[in-house]
Design a protein around this ligand. Structure first.
Ligand code: PGA
Length: 252
């Protein structure tokens, strides 16, 4: 179990120039309550990264992106490099979210290359893994997720975060059961120790998929759950703050 819990908001394709109020409320809470046992991240769409950074200037909140390219620069229309993200103030970057794996055909090999590019640029990659409903129903969830870990995580650098997000739990309100989360996070921890040795014990493993203000505390208390990757509930200040608060409570 890592020492610090990490709560990361994944705004997906949401947010606008009007999101300053949302950021300010979260920022105010973090400045007064966060302490050093919990870290908070916000990952808005690319065009808002610089602005959210400005809106939360000198805040403990880490700003991040939702994707990056695996090259530093070049002829890649529509893509954004990790180097530029770092330059505009990003600290973290979500890589291999299931929506990118399924909607953009991203393979674990590509996810690994992107994670390497992020590390090289000085960003912390949040590498996402998770099984589909069919994979769970056919009894293959653990095998699928451990394969994704093996192929998506750069073996030479443990400075990563892993997010376990069952695809069927994302945006559905169907959160995974505490037993399923416990089982999968323990399996992921064992795999990370196999890959990284002692360093694998310190890698934060986040749970994602329908985390909300009500279920956060129970999830965050689970062994080997070192935080949460939050979609829908990160767009409402009271909900996201309640999740951060739950992380603070379970850390004390
Ligand atoms: P959700 O999304 O919290 O809306 O289920 C989580 C995610 O996709 O990261």
């Amino acid at each position: 179990m890592a020492n610090q819990k990490y709560i990361i908001g994944n705004w997906k394709m949401n947010g606008s120039l009007n999101s300053k109020g949302l950021v300010s409320e979260i920022d105010d809470f973090c400045r007064s309550k966060l302490g050093d046992k919990v870290a908070v991240g916000i990952c808005p769409p690319f065009p808002l990264i610089g602005l959210v950074n400005e809106w939360s200037w000198e805040s403990p909140i880490n700003i991040g992106a939702q994707d990056c390219h695996f090259k530093e620069s070049g002829a890649h229309t529509g893509d954004v490099s990790a180097v530029l993200l770092k330059e505009i103030g990003a600290k973290i970057v979500i890589i291999g979210h299931s929506e990118r794996r399924s909607n953009h055909g991203e393979t674990s090999q590509l996810v690994c290359d992107k994670a390497k590019a992020a590390l090289l640029a000085g960003l912390k990659p949040v590498i996402c893994v998770g099984e589909t409903d069919e994979e769970r129903k056919s009894g293959n969830a653990i095998k699928v997720v451990l394969n994704q870990i093996e192929q998506s995580c750069p073996a030479e650098n443990a400075n990563i975060i892993v997010a376990y997000e069952p695809v069927w739990a994302i945006g559905t309100g169907n959160v995974a059961s505490p037993q399923d989360i416990l089982e999968m996070h323990n399996e992921i921890r064992a795999k990370l120790i196999e890959i990284y040795g002692h360093d694998g014990k310190k890698i934060q493993i986040l749970y994602g998929g329908s985390v909300n203000a009500k279920n956060a505390e129970e999830i965050l208390q689970t062994q080997n759950v070192d935080g949460a990757l939050v979609g829908g509930a990160s767009l409402k200040a009271p909900d996201f703050i309640a999740i951060i608060d739950a992380a603070i409570n379970v850390s004390n």
